[in-house]
Design a protein around this ligand. Structure first.
Ligand code: ADP
Length: 550
């Protein structure tokens, strides 16, 4: 398998493949009584331990064996964050099959497209997705059985699905006597499709080795910093890049796991945080906005929550400040993508930064951060020439590393690497200390008179205004400058701010010519399947917007 030459003297350590099954075996052996708590789709709270999870994962592995699922075959899930989904994570990958987590927020046609593309053999789904599954089942050409993640009494009296099975029935009939097989660590373990904002979704096919290395690296102190003393609640869904690897890295560290199920509103999340004494969480900015709004309205505080990782889209500095100042929660800004398993960079300070003023430290922490060990990055111009790390020069961001994609599943898109590096599609600057800051996605950047305007800065300034809840900046056609920025704003409930006030708010905060030409107010911004603001939809809506000519 290795493309590299062998030394005449090879190391003499045990040869043991890095396999996902070893994580749950470790958690069971060393943290058997540590809890996994889930808010279920059924509405109640379920609790059990790593030992119980391991036992049931082995039962599920026996079920898959009886189904005849072979190594390398894909088994799909359509499920929220919960213990049964975790069992599928370990049983499917651990037995040598490939876990394909499907985003249930996708359109049924897209779900069917990726299930067919992946040639999924079975689909495990949460009971509230029954209508979705009924809609997609006739379109799915390879799925032999649909397993509903529930007890018998929740099964529908009648359904159009041909082979509908009950998860708990299958598990109670199965034995927990199962030995996890050993196989090549480069075998495929799981499959995630990119959300495909343009064109069809493409699959990132992870291996056991890439997943294990990503788990080790992401648990490090300057990354997610998870330990056996933590209580971790992954808000990021297990269908969004494997919940950023937390279902693997948390059992690796022995921390307690808390799953929120489908209840991702501010109130439900807050109550679960308090009830289970959550210390650490991770999610995209839009979810945190809901939590902070709920807490502000009800004058609530956290009693245990200490640290959260925010990524997936740029975390506005105003949100970081609110977390730290108002709630005593440290925010670690992280950047990555489906093609990177997903973690690439995390932003934490160096000891020399302790001398800096609070403002200077905040400025550093608002960046996307330094590469975690294993990931290397560089910025290049359009001709591929490497650009300096001076904190000013921006260029296309390229990455490489053992958990970075080499090619898409089934070679979709052909050869995607540029000289061994993966082009991320992001535009960034890197400073002398290696702190990277995303200025934009290359497709969102505004091209004004031959110069680039990064929209993230413009949005961050807008949301630091006390009356602004959310903001998105897009380029619209301009007769002289090609494109100029238009700011689309959602005001906080009951708050007022005018177009003129907002435009003035930019004075002194940014180069004058970056200031948006116009502001429009709206009730809500379109949010995509992974909780991100959909810029392409906003561009469609305001395509013909007439900018003031003055
Ligand atoms: P998709 O590309 O399908 O939307 P991903 O979750 O893989 O799904 O998105 C990866 C992209 O999200 C990155 O390329 C980048 O543009 C954006 N992103 C992720 N984290 C951040 C961050 N901290 N700041 C700014 N952009 C981010």
């Amino acid at each position: 398998m290795s493309q590299y030459p062998q030394s005449p003297l090879m190391g003499q350590m045990m040869s043991q493949p890095l396999l996902i099954s070893s994580l749950i075996q470790h958690a069971d052996r060393y943290y058997p009584t540590t809890e996994i708590v889930s808010r279920r789709v059924e509405g109640d709270i379920h609790r059990y331990t790593y030992h119980d999870c391991h036992q049931r994962s082995k039962k599920l592995a026996n079920v898959l064996k009886d189904f005849g699922v072979k190594m390398g075959e894909r088994v799909a899930t359509l499920a929220w964050n919960g213990y049964r989904h975790l069992e599928a994570y370990y049983a499917v990958s651990g037995s040598g099959a490939v876990l394909h987590t499907i985003n249930p927020r996708l359109h049924p046609e897209q779900i069917a497209y990726i299930a067919n593309h992946a040639e999924d053999q079975y689909l495990f789904f949460d009971l509230n997705f029954l209508p979705v599954v009924e809609a997609v089942a006739p379109l799915c050409k390879t799925i032999k059985g649909f397993v509903m993640l529930c007890e018998r009494d929740r099964m529908p009296a009648s359904t159009s699905i041909a082979n509908l099975l009950c998860y708990e029935d299958l598990l109670s009939a199965a034995s927990a006597d199962y030995s996890w097989p050993l196989f090549d660590e480069n075998s495929a373990s799981s499959l995630c499709y990119t959300s495909g904002t343009t064109g069809n979704p493409k699959g990132a096919l992870y291996s056991h080795r890439s997943t294990l290395l990503h788990s080790f690296a992401s648990a490090l102190p300057d990354a997610l910093n998870v330990s056996a003393r933590d209580v971790v609640l992954p808000v990021v869904p297990m269908f969004h890049v494997n919940a950023w690897g937390l279902p693997y890295s948390v059992p690796l560290t022995g921390a307690k796991l808390v799953f929120p199920g489908p209840a991702l509103d501010g109130k439900s999340i807050y109550e679960l945080f308090e009830q289970e004494k959550v210390t650490f969480s991770a999610g995209v900015p839009t979810v945190w906005l809901g939590l902070l709004t709920y807490m502000g309205q009800n004058k609530l505080k956290f009693s245990s929550f200490k640290r959260t990782v925010i990524g997936g889209s740029a975390c506005p500095p105003a949100m970081m400040k609110a977390f730290r100042k108002d709630y005593g929660v440290e925010v670690v800004h992280a950047w990555g993508m489906t093609e990177m398993s997903p973690l690439g960079t995390c932003c934490t300070l160096l000891s020399k930064h302790e001398q800096l003023s609070e403002e200077e430290r905040e400025a550093i922490l608002s960046k996307q951060g330094r590469a975690i060990y294993g990931v290397d990055m560089k910025i290049v111009d359009d001709a591929g020439k490497e650009l300096p790390w001076d904190g000013k020069t921006y260029g296309n961001l390229l990455v490489k590393g053992p958990w970075v994609i080499g090619s898409y599943y089934k070679q979709e898109g052909g050869d995607v690497l540029e000289d061994g590096w993966f082009p991320t599609g992001d535009v960034a600057v890197i400073d002398i200390e290696g702190y990277m800051q995303i200025t934009d996605r290359s497709k969102d950047v505004i091209k004004s008179g031959g110069e680039w305007i990064g929209t993230i800065d413009l949005e961050n300034i807008a949301v630091s205004h006390p009356a602004v809840l959310q903001a998105a900046c897009i380029g619209v056609m301009h007769p002289k400058w090609d494109e100029r920025p238009l700011l689309v704003v959602v005001r906080k409930p009951g708050m007022e701010v005018s177009r003129e006030e907002l435009l003035q708010f930019y004075d002194g905060k940014i180069a004058k010519w970056w200031t948006p030409d116009d502001v429009v107010f709206t009730d809500a911004l379109p949010i995509g399947a992974t909780g991100k603001i959909l810029k392409n939809k906003i561009r469609d809506t305001y395509r013909d917007h007439q900018l003031p000519t003055a």
